[in-house]
Ligand binder design. Structure first.
Ligand SMILES: N[C@@H](CCC(=O)N[C@@H](CS)C(=O)NCC(=O)O)C(=O)O
Length: 237
């Protein structure tokens, strides 16, 4: 049997789900390797040849014979390759790229740090109220920017696109970041629309489900996993 063109290396995290969402939505066959972050598999020499930054996700496009890292670049590559979830219109393409960069540059890093300081550092004895407030407040501000953008629109740019696929797993994990969404009705409506998509529901179980991110489950299992994963950061802090 021929191998699929795309091979994805990923884990069950917000960045990790993004390419899975695209591939499931597009119905594209793909190979999958689960990278166990708690075992530092993302830092293995062979993996670093594919992703010099030692993080997930990464894809290998066998058709083109090259790896691609950085989730935003991966979504951009897949959208161009398959001609899906990215408009041909130059203005819409530019807007899609703007919201994609907004996620990669703002929403991911700020919500990621809000999660880190509350879910990883604090349970391991490093309580940093100033940092927590900074990242939670900034995350809330970013969700308000999204709410404003979504007024009167179903998706971030005209049709459902890679911009939505990039922002959704992060913004939707507001419970895990302990960021409130009171008063953000446009954002809630957008969550509902994307939550209802069968491909998204399936993608959020690959390589495994993390219901605690979406506020649906007991977090103790994940806290244990995170403690192992970040033990080295905490020790040297
Ligand atoms: N900017 C990168 C961020 C990737 C990233 O931070 N991945 C995290 C998981 S969400 C990771 O691999 N963490 C493991 C580590 O830092 O060693 C992207 O968007 O692909």
């Amino acid at each position: 049997m021929t191998q699929p063109d795309i091979h994805l290396y990923t884990a069950a995290t917000m960045n990790g789900y993004k390419p899975v969402i695209f591939l499931e939505e597009a119905g594209v066959p793909y190979g999958l390797t689960f990278i166990d972050l708690s075992k530092q598999e993302q830092k293995a020499p062979d993996y670093l040849k594919l992703n010099p930054n030692g993080k997930i996700p990464t894809i290998v496009d066998r058709d083109e014979g090259r790896p691609i890292f950085e989730s935003g670049a991966i979504l951009w590559h897949l959208a161009n390759k398959y001609g899906k979830f990215l408009s041909d219109d130059p203005v819409a393409r530019s807007e899609t790229l703007q919201w994609l960069f907004f996620q990669v540059g703002h929403v991911g890093p700020m919500m990621g740090q809000a999660m880190y300081f509350q879910r990883i550092a604090a349970p391991n004895g490093h309580e940093e109220p100033f940092s927590i407030k900074r990242y939670v407040d900034e995350s809330r501000r970013l969700l308000e920017v999204l709410d404003t953008r979504l007024a009167g629109r179903d998706f971030l740019v005209d049709d459902y696109s890679i911009a939505d696929m990039a922002v959704y797993p992060w913004a939707r994990a507001y419970p895990w970041a302990r960021v409130g969404i009171d008063g953000l009705a446009n954002l809630k409506g957008w969550f509902d629309r994307i939550d209802a998509r069968p491909a998204v529901r399936k993608a959020l179980t690959i390589p495994k489900a993390q219901p605690a991110f979406w506020g649906d489950a007991d977090e103790s299992e994940f806290l244990k996993e995170n403690a192992a994963r970040f033990a080295s950061d905490v020790k040297t802090a």
